[in-house]
Ligand binder design. Structure first.
Ligand code: PHE
Length: 454
């Protein structure tokens, strides 16, 4: 644990936690899920999930982390020695590793798009109509994402960057970098929102994104929205337990959780405002809308409507890459720490143990977008299978157990102690949050999870 940073300033700790939360989940996964789950109806359920479940679960993780001062698995061992509760930590650790397998692939696409933007290859298109443009960018994406070799090479590079960063423990470097680049990403997104809202058929896209059709709210929409909330807020994987272990005693957990969640939600909503006006304007339909790759077609189309598309595009994909890295590093840290603590190996060895097998696993995920797409599990290719199982089953499951543990197993005053910094101040949120952690979250998450199978 020595190598980990202690957060020096309030801004620093919020920035690091936001760094973990904001990533491909917001930019790539959120619009894709919104698209395939009925638009505004999904957004509505998503927002409810963030407030009703996300923030309280985050507070549960924060409390465990700061109260237990240990890793995701270590916390359970330390607070209830000799008991089986560490299994919750094990589920989280497994989920985090499975997520890495496909997250690295998307980070690889981001790197590929960054390089293709700089070299100008991506914008070497000549189209006179929107639908032609659409066709061309879809073709490029097919080439970048589904071809056998290229995306694997970029994924390998991303894995290597992670390896080097994690081994050198240059968290400080990455963190400093993301402290500058994250705010820049916000500004850039804001500009893109402006451009996208001025597109021809923006209003139609906004209707889809903001005007809910309540009949579209089904159990599967609910489970997808809940999963997305957990994924996007980095919950259920023990990451925030680990981060909070380094929060100073006087950090106000409630305020921090609300700030982080609102910023994360803001990025997701901005992405929706960027993508959906473009979807309607450029007439994306059918196959183009295959969730996973939506963003990689629409964004370049928007950039072509701006002066110097290449410049905006390079800048954007670079910032997105940094956002993705600050997330992958937080995800990988869970298993790295696990190996250090439980296999008793050095940090360097732990990094190799965690990252080298990803060369194989991520390649399989990458190939499942192209040559291996015929191999399916429960009707999904391997990439989508891992994505769905981790997000919709393992993360909620890890969260349920964590809530039961924090709310019922630890001594009754534990949450109160942490949420009020030992009684130093009062918070009106204490009661509702405690109620949600003890009752509402375990019950609701269980119901939503079960309903998808009925
Ligand atoms: N929350 C990150 C994102 O939205 C992804 C992530 C998932 C990070 C799980 C850490 C843990 O991209």
């Amino acid at each position: 644990m020595k190598e980990k940073v202690t957060f020096g300033s309030k801004i620093g700790l919020i920035a690091a936690t936001v760094g973990s939360a904001v990533g491909l989940g917001n930019v790539w996964r959120f619009p894709a899920e919104t698209q395939s789950n009925g638009g505004a109806a999904f957004l509505l359920v998503y927002i409810i999930c963030v407030f009703l479940l996300g923030i309280p679960v985050m507070l549960g993780e924060f409390s465990l982390g700061r109260g237990g001062k240990s890793s995701a698995l270590g916390v359970y061992r330390k607070l209830t020695p000799g008991k089986k509760w560490w299994i919750a930590g094990a589920i989280s650790t497994l989920a985090s590793y499975l997520i890495l397998c496909f997250y690295m692939v998307v980070a690889g696409w981001t790197l590929e798009y960054f390089i293709q933007s700089i070299t100008g290859n991506l914008y070497d298109v000549h189209a006179s109509t929107n639908s032609e443009l659409n066709h061309l960018f879809s073709g490029k994406m097919q080439d970048y994402v589904a071809s056998p070799l290229k995306p694997i090479v970029f994924t390998m590079i991303v894995i290597l960057i992670n390896l080097v960063t994690l081994i050198r423990g240059v968290k400080k470097g990455i963190e400093k970098m993301s402290n500058i680049m994250m705010p820049l990403l916000f500004v850039l997104l804001l500009i893109f929102v402006g451009v996208s809202l001025s597109l021809d058929k923006a209003a139609e896209g906004l209707m889809f994104f903001l005007n809910p059709d309540f009949s579209k709210i089904t159990p599967s929409v609910m489970v997808n929205a809940m999963g997305q909330a957990f994924f996007s807020l980095s919950l259920g994987m023990g990451i925030l337990i680990t981060y909070a272990a380094y929060y100073p005693k006087d950090t106000k957990l409630v305020g921090t959780a609300v700030t982080v969640s609102l910023l994360d939600l803001l990025v997701a909503v901005m992405m929706g405002l960027i993508i959906f006006p473009a979807v309607t304007t450029f007439g994306l339909t059918g196959d183009n809308l295959e969730g996973a790759t939506l963003v990689f077609v629409t964004l370049p189309e928007i950039f072509t409507h701006m002066p110097c598309p290449q410049l905006w595009s390079s800048l954007f994909f670079l910032l997105l890459l940094v956002a993705a890295l600050s997330s992958t590093i937080s995800i990988a840290e869970v298993t790295v720490m696990f190996c250090q603590e439980h296999l008793r190996v050095s940090r360097k060895t732990a990094c190799y143990i965690v990252l080298l097998p990803l060369i194989l696993f991520s390649s399989v995920c990458s190939l499942s977008q192209g040559p291996l797409s015929g191999y399916t599990l429960l009707g999904m290719n391997i990439f989508d299978f891992l994505d769905t199982v981790t997000t919709n089953i393992l993360l909620p499951l890890g969260s349920i157990i964590m809530c039961i543990y924090a709310g019922w197993i630890l001594k009754p005053g534990f949450l109160q102690q942490e949420l009020t910094n030992g009684g130093k101040f009062r918070s009106w949120m204490l009661r509702p949050v405690t109620f949600i952690i003890r009752w509402a979250a375990p019950v609701l998450i269980t119901i939503i999870m079960i309903s998808q199978f009925l």
